[in-house]
Design a protein around this ligand. Structure first.
Ligand code: ZN
Length: 500
């Protein structure tokens, strides 16, 4: 206990450190030895509880007897199981007291709860008096997710929605660009939703709600659900090569994650829950031929509902050779093959800033709010190009317009490319052809087109909303930005320097 009791604390009181206080038990939070010590102590607790197996009066919980399961413990949460009879509960409480006397660690009755299943209220009251615990009601939260014997409801998933909203509501998200919001959505999906998706088959309604929150946040920057979406969410979930933004499709990822559970059951991994499911549900059946009974747990039924699509996939058969389940492979197969877009080379592996690349991505989809599009949705505008007075369309703005054509020609001249710019759809084809491969010229050309589109769009918006700015500086700005982005890459820097 020396390493536990030699810690001392000081508290800042009115800016002054207090006198040292020596710890009698417990470690300083974050002490590297803490997890190790915790594991040792919990191992001791497990061994103390194992003593119950030799007590003739102790009865296991009916669903735990075959596996002699007494407790499940993770971090500082512990679940204890037994039959609801006075003798068993008394014996458990006796073991907890024994543990406390040895280690000095005491259980907090106020923070502990007792849960019953199929027990009459008289018996419940009696056992509550024995333990001093409050009677808990399902569902309760364990490791951040709700545990319930019934099917997960929309209400149970509210913590997931709240956590997602919390990410989007933060004050500093107000100033994020589209690219910044996209990054935040990816983080929120990876860190929060992914955790839930790996544990439960989530209700479709929840998946749709989370999806609509992400969609609204991407396009409006607000956490309130809006129908504004220039590009369908399904397309946004496509890989970058297929014209998407590679956001995870939650419904499909959930099914692919369920596949992992089935795979673990199939390979009989040495995990407690897998052993438990084999003991109580599957018995000697294989994953391929097991049919859950109507009385089986909802999660078991939901898992096996997807078995046929998952276990008959090509990816699943490939796993049989390697023995390793790859959720990403199943996910791709369930999503299906998405055809590549011709302009994938312009977006993929572009070294430009994500904010500028996002503008190019929008332009490639012809979804920038040019005046022809604004007119189509019934908003009054003059429809005129701010640079030359012709009708403003995406095709015109990049680079059929007299002003922007000269700009792009200047860049092409600098790149030593002999090409006369045309309207956007043709220009995209020409650039796509010239950005194939990873040659230095291809990499610089796709950086230049990103900056050109971004600068033209910004300049156009400035003219529409704030008034004019000198156009002849744009080419210098663009080249300055491109040179700045390759400053850390020696090979590209030498190439750019040679261009002048
Ligand atoms: Zn124009």
């Amino acid at each position: 206990m020396a390493c536990v009791s030699t810690v001392s604390y000081k508290f800042a009181i009115n800016g002054e450190p207090s006198v040292s206080i020596n710890a009698k038990r417990g470690l300083r939070q974050g002490d590297p030895i803490s997890p190790l010590l915790f594991v040792l102590i919990m191992e001791y607790m497990h061994r103390v509880l194992q003593g119950l197996e030799d007590e003739p009066a102790f009865k296991f919980h009916p669903k735990c007897a075959k596996m002699s399961m007494l407790n499940v413990c993770f971090a500082d949460d512990i679940l204890l199981f037994s039959r609801a009879d006075t003798n068993s509960i008394r014996l458990i409480m006796g073991k907890i007291r024994e543990f406390s006397q040895t280690t000095g660690l005491h259980m907090s009755a106020a923070k502990s709860k007792i849960y019953f299943g199929g027990v009459n209220s008289a018996c419940q009251e009696q056992l509550q008096l024995e333990t001093g615990f409050q009677i808990g009601v399902m569902p309760f939260k364990y490791l951040g997710v709700p545990l319930d014997s019934k099917k997960l409801t929309v209400l149970n998933c509210q913590p997931l929605i709240e956590k997602m909203l919390c990410k989007f509501k933060h004050w500093n998200t107000r100033m994020l660009s589209y690219a910044g919001r996209l990054q935040l959505i990816k983080i929120a999906i990876t860190s929060i939703a992914n955790y839930w998706l790996h544990i439960f088959p989530l209700p479709k309604k929840i998946l749709k709600h989370v999806e609509s929150l992400c969609r609204s946040f991407l396009w409006t920057g607000q956490e309130t659900v809006s129908n504004r979406a220039p590009i369908s969410w399904d397309h946004i979930c496509d890989p970058v090569a297929a014209g998407g933004l590679n956001i995870t499709d939650l419904g499909v990822w959930n099914r692919a994650s369920i596949g992992k559970m089935l795979w673990n059951l199939h390979t009989k991994k040495d995990r407690m829950w897998i052993n438990w499911v084999h003991h109580f549900y599957m018995k000697n059946h294989d994953v391929m031929n097991f049919v859950p009974k109507p009385t089986a747990s909802w999660i078991i039924k939901a898992m096996f509902k997807h078995r046929d699509t998952l276990c008959n996939s090509d990816a699943w058969n490939n796993f049989a050779g390697t023995g390793i389940y790859r959720t990403r492979m199943i996910y791709s197969e369930l999503r299906g093959i998405r055809p590549d877009v011709p302009w994938k080379n312009m977006i993929r592996g572009n070294l430009e800033s994500p904010r500028a690349v996002f503008s190019l991505w929008m332009a490639c989809h012809c979804r920038l709010n040019t005046k022809d599009r604004i007119l189509k949705i019934g908003v009054h505008t003059d429809g005129v190009c701010v640079f030359c007075g012709a009708m403003e369309t995406c095709d015109h703005l990049f680079f059929d317009c007299a002003v922007t054509k000269v700009l792009w020609q200047q860049i092409l001249f600098w790149l030593k490319l002999n090409h006369v710019p045309q309207e956007w759809s043709r220009e995209v084809r020409w650039i796509s052809e010239h950005t194939k491969g990873s040659s230095k010229s291809a990499r610089i050309l796709k950086m230049c087109i990103v900056e050109a589109v971004y600068h033209v769009w910004i300049q156009r918006n400035r003219k529409v909303f704030n008034g004019p700015k000198e156009e002849n500086l744009l080419a210098q700005d663009i080249l300055y930005r491109v040179k700045g982005r390759v400053a850390h890459n020696n090979k590209l820097k030498l190439f750019v320097d040679a261009l002048g």
